[in-house]
Design a binder for this molecule. Structure first.
Ligand code: ADE
Ligand code: ZN
Length: 343
């Protein structure tokens, strides 16, 4: 009988909600600060772990944006990308859709080209050297203006083929999806796929989720746990097959609990949840840990864990033929893993 931990670890994996700036481990942050001559607050240098101390979305975002300040050169963005791939290859991750926040860098004077060229070079090397397929999703920062989001979309135009979709992140408070309706419409017209954060337990979460799915027409909601708050939303998510990218360990930090019982309910309701790592260096957990937390806290069977992963591959934005190949490999793995202890 196979143990559920080994079953999770060996499973071929995909994630759809991971911010590349969120893979900056404290040690890498210190290295980059040193090589770029950036002075970090004294505490950071004395105690790297203390850099990542927060207990809600705004305090997390403060830490994240402080971390971003060490990212300056194309090599920094390449190294950041490779730090992620070289970690998750050991977790059997084979597919990722990766958020990046260009405005977090261009507002500091780093060129858009520097960011995307470093990330793209890492993607190519990860595919060739490690067999990991990945795609970039450009997120607009919702606490900046809609005009600033339009500028980011314009800056992305020369790199259209390198970016699969657009998203929306940062502080949701008083920054509803509707603020970005025009820029999302412009992105959709250019063929970008659409997703957007609706973080957990925000003011007006339910209204924001309706705006995102009805007024903007996103295919997925990042987090989106509060869709469970309203029966009509549950029905809408199930019937329109809208995805939810849930992040259990991130939830522990931001709202104090992993909300894995909610994942179980989503599965029971016929919705389409997935499990993801969000900002794994900051939240101290990559995919294996997030799946283990979801399984344990949500009391999920091996079959349900397999369904979460099937959802991720099925709602990914790769080509149909690649999607079929990923799903076939996952299904082979699941078929061979009968009698997992913990069911
Ligand atoms: N930026 C990085 N991670 C985020 C999250 N989970 N929510 C909002 N903004 C983010
Ligand atoms: Zn996120």
């Amino acid at each position: 009988m196979q143990d559920i931990t080994a079953f999770i670890e060996q499973m071929p994996k995909a994630e759809l909600h991971m911010h590349i700036e969120g893979v900056l481990e404290p040690e890498l942050k210190l290295q980059m600060a040193a090589r770029n001559g950036i002075d970090l607050p004294h505490d950071s240098v004395d105690d790297p772990a203390a850099m990542y101390d927060f207990d809600d979305l705004p305090t997390f975002l403060d830490a994240r944006y402080e971390g971003d300040t060490v990212l300056i050169t194309e090599t920094d963005f390449y190294d950041l990308g490779m730090a992620y791939y070289s970690t998750v290859v050991h977790e059997n991750l084979v597919y990722a859709e990766i958020f990046f926040d260009p405005q977090a860098h261009t507002t500091r004077g780093v060129e858009f080209s520097t960011v995307i060229e470093g990330l793209h070079r890492a993607q190519v090397d990860a595919e060739q050297q490690l067999g990991i397929e990945s795609h970039l999703i450009m997120c607009f920062l919702r606490d900046l203006s809609a005009e600033s989001a339009h500028e980011a979309l314009e800056q992305a135009a020369p790199y259209r083929d390198w970016i699969i979709g657009v998203g929306l992140d940062s502080d949701e408070h008083r920054n509803p999806p509707a603020k970005f309706a025009d820029v999302f419409a412009a992105a959709a017209a250019e063929g970008y796929r659409l997703t957007m954060h609706c973080d957990v337990d925000q003011e007006n979460s339910v209204t924001h989720i309706w705006q995102a799915i009805d007024d903007i027409g996103v295919e997925r909601i990042d987090h989106g746990v509060n869709a469970l708050d309203e029966r009509a939303l549950i029905r809408e998510f199930a019937s329109r097959r809208i995805g939810q990218t849930v992040c259990p360990i991130s939830n522990r930090y931001v709202v104090g609990e992993s909300r894995s019982r909610d994942i179980k309910q989503m599965l029971d309701e016929g919705m389409r949840p997935t499990v993801n790592s969000d900002d794994p260096a900051y939240f101290r957990g990559y995919m294996n840990d997030n799946l283990a937390v979801a399984q344990r806290d949500g009391d999920l069977s091996a079959e349900e864990v397999g369904q979460l992963m099937r959802n991720a591959f099925a709602m990914s934005w790769t080509t149909d033929s690649r999607k079929r190949a990923h799903l076939a490999a996952l299904d082979d793995y699941l078929a061979a893993s009968t009698g997992v202890d913990g069911d």
